[in-house]
Design a protein around this ligand. Structure first.
Ligand code: IPM
Ligand code: MG
Length: 354
């Protein structure tokens, strides 16, 4: 099992280190060998090679079975030309591997109920939402331009989608919904955007093949409100790239912290990318403060989706749960009466519980 490892920038280095610790524990327990290859992406790649996505990184990732990724970006690279920014590396590797479906599960650990900003009665006995975000289309990848005009400049980003692009992500979402609560909500802005209207038509057509799935439609502004008002109404949400980016950050807070949400990015190819949904948090980098759980849970998703190691994935999820049960908390989820630990200690505790 070949894993390309991308630590990236900021807290990326630290949190990936903890996920590797946990994978090492899995490797010992199940007597399997993970063949790790570290490659550069983002700001660190700019510093060391002159660009955010070296060819070697693409080659190594393509030749691997999965990619484990931390986070990229930071203020240090904020003033370089936009086509060389660290984020271009992240978008580039997603595109190069063709991972069009980004699965972002927002699950509330019962132990973290008090870390959520929502009232206990809204959370009930837990939350389990799966956001399926389209990852390699839309405004992120459409034509971008800036021109001079009288009075200043004009800039645009093009949000476009084709039927095949919508078709493949919609099928993925229907299939996922079929294995869960059989409810799918398409989030769009079809009252305003033409691209959203194409999403609606296409998804409605595909729904005829998935008669057991209850398909609902919701405008994105309403969806962002409903997520706070009554998150339990959602099972699977499917949406375009930008809306998915925004709604998944929102959903993460329902579960207590941005530091808790993992993700899996998959496509038709064999290589998946596994990364936390949060960014590189430069403000707390190098201080042993970051929560490594989102990355550790991303490693669990890797075992489940790329290596079919369901039992080991369960082990990781149970280990996280056990450590939370014992009251250990990183600063982002810390509450009175709990035991504050740093990034490294949290990783150690989880690895020991495997
Ligand atoms: C995410 C991040 C990235 C994105 C950034 C860092 C480019 O916010 O994975 O959600 O917008 O996709
Ligand atoms: Mg984001």
């Amino acid at each position: 099992m070949k894993i390309a490892v991308i630590r990236g920038d900021g807290i990326g280095k630290e949190i990936v280190g903890e996920a590797l610790k946990v994978l090492n524990a899995v490797s010992k327990k199940y007597k399997v060998n993970f063949n790790l290859n570290e490659v550069l992406l983002g700001g660190i790649a700019i510093d060391k090679t002159g660009g955010p996505i070296p060819q070697e990184t693409i080659d190594v990732c393509k030749a691997s079975d999965a990619v484990l990724l931390g986070a990229v970006g930071g203020p240090k690279w904020d003033n370089i030309p936009s086509n060389l920014r660290p984020e271009i590396g992240l978008l580039g590797i997603r595109k190069a591997l063709g991972v069009f479906a980004n699965l972002r599960p927002a699950i509330l650990f019962p132990q973290l109920k008090e870390a959520s900003n929502l009232k206990p009665e809204v959370l009930g006995n837990g939350l389990d939402i799966m956001i399926v975000r389209e990852l390699i289309g839309g405004a992120y990848f459409g034509e971008k331009k800036r021109i001079d005009i009288p009075g200043g400049q004009k800039a645009w980003d093009t949000l476009s989608y084709s039927t095949p692009e919508i078709d493949r992500i919609a099928r993925k979402a229907f299939e996922i919904a079929g294995k869960r609560g059989k409810k799918l909500t398409l989030v769009d802005k079809a009252n305003v955007l033409e691209s959203s209207r194409l999403w609606r038509e296409t998804v409605t057509e595909i729904a005829k093949e998935y008669k057991d799935i209850d398909l609902q439609y919701m405008y994105v502004d309403n969806a962002s409100m409903q997520l706070i008002r009554d998150p339990k109404q959602f099972d699977v949400i499917v949406t375009e790239n930008t809306f998915g980016d925004i709604l998944s950050d929102e959903a993460s807070m329902l579960t207590g912290s941005l530091g808790m949400l993992p993700s899996a990015s998959v496509g038709d190819g064999k290589v998946g990318i596994y990364e936390p949904i949060h960014g590189s948090a430069p403000d707390i980098a190098g201080q042993d403060k970051a929560n490594p759980i989102a990355t550790i849970m991303s490693a669990a998703m890797m075992l489940r989706y790329s290596f079919n190691m369901n039992e080991a994935a369960d082990d990781i999820e149970n280990a996280v749960s056990k450590v939370l049960d014992k009251g250990y908390r990183t600063p982002d989820i810390m509450r009175e009466g709990k035991q504050l630990v740093g990034t490294v200690k949290m990783g150690d505790l989880i690895a020991e519980s495997i």
